[in-house]
Design a protein around this ligand. Sequence first.
Ligand SMILES: Cc1cc2nc3c(=O)[nH]c(=O)nc-3n(C[C@H](O)[C@H](O)[C@H](O)COP(=O)(O)OP(=O)(O)OC[C@H]3O[C@@H](n4cnc5c(N)ncnc54)[C@H](O)[C@@H]3O)c2cc1C
Length: 236
Amino acid sequence: MVRVTLTGPELEGFTVEQPAASVRVLLPGDGAHELVMPVWNGNEFLLPDGRRPTIRTFTPRRVDAETGELDVEIVLHDDGAASRWARAAAPGSAAAVSGPGRGYAIDRSAPAFLLAGDETAIPAISQLLEVLPEDRPVHVCIEVARPDARCALPGHPRARLEWHDLAAGRAAGDALFAAVRDADIPAGCRIWVAGEAAAVQRIRRHLFDERGIPRAQATVRGYWKHGRAGDAGDGT
Ligand SMILES: Cc1cc2nc3c(=O)[nH]c(=O)nc-3n(C[C@H](O)[C@H](O)[C@H](O)COP(=O)(O)OP(=O)(O)OC[C@H]3O[C@@H](n4cnc5c(N)ncnc54)[C@H](O)[C@@H]3O)c2cc1C
């Protein structure tokens, strides 16, 4: 994971009210350095030459409205425009930002919280740990594809953090699914889950259909989709 600080006068005054929100980041196309702004054609944003712009979604990890700085933390994986851009990004690299998109509304009356996600969810989980009520237990399950993806997370007095390694050759989200399936979820617990789209769909079915957890108690978001570039496109 690489932390990238975006800055520019346009970000002055930019604020994000909720944790686990999102921003959309426009990147130069592969191999290009110049940023070309897309144009709305009434249906979608397209580049002047008709190609789709490279836009990816990230968690606004740190926002400083005074200095006009926005940090995003980008997972480096085998393939992907954002991953490649983050590897090569240097001061002066161009990007554009839109947002923020809605984040997570914390129910401060909840008796407990379960946070579960893969590496792409670490920025959002970190933000949640910073703001969840300190006197409530928080069970955190994070799946990592590589052991060195483990990192320090913000402290929370009642957090119990578990790292789950994804075994070689297994589908993304398998270890996360097993972790949620095996988790002790107390009555009334509020659940936040994000990760690979098919995996979180399995988790959604497990929570709602097998455990009978009321839908209002769980937020389950597809953050990326195996084999597909860009948004998970699962409508979450
Ligand atoms: C609300 C929201 C918040 C998000 N926050 C973050 C964040 O803070 N940090 C972050 O890194 N991501 C975050 N994501 C996920 C991120 O948008 C996707 O992972 C995105 O696809 C990465 O773009 P890319 O150009 O690197 O790969 P793409 O070009 O989109 O995908 C290329 C290929 O790589 C695969 N792929 C994409 N992402 C991953 C991955 N993480 N691991 C393995 N394979 C992958 C795709 O399935 C595809 O086959 C968030 C998504 C949402 C919806």
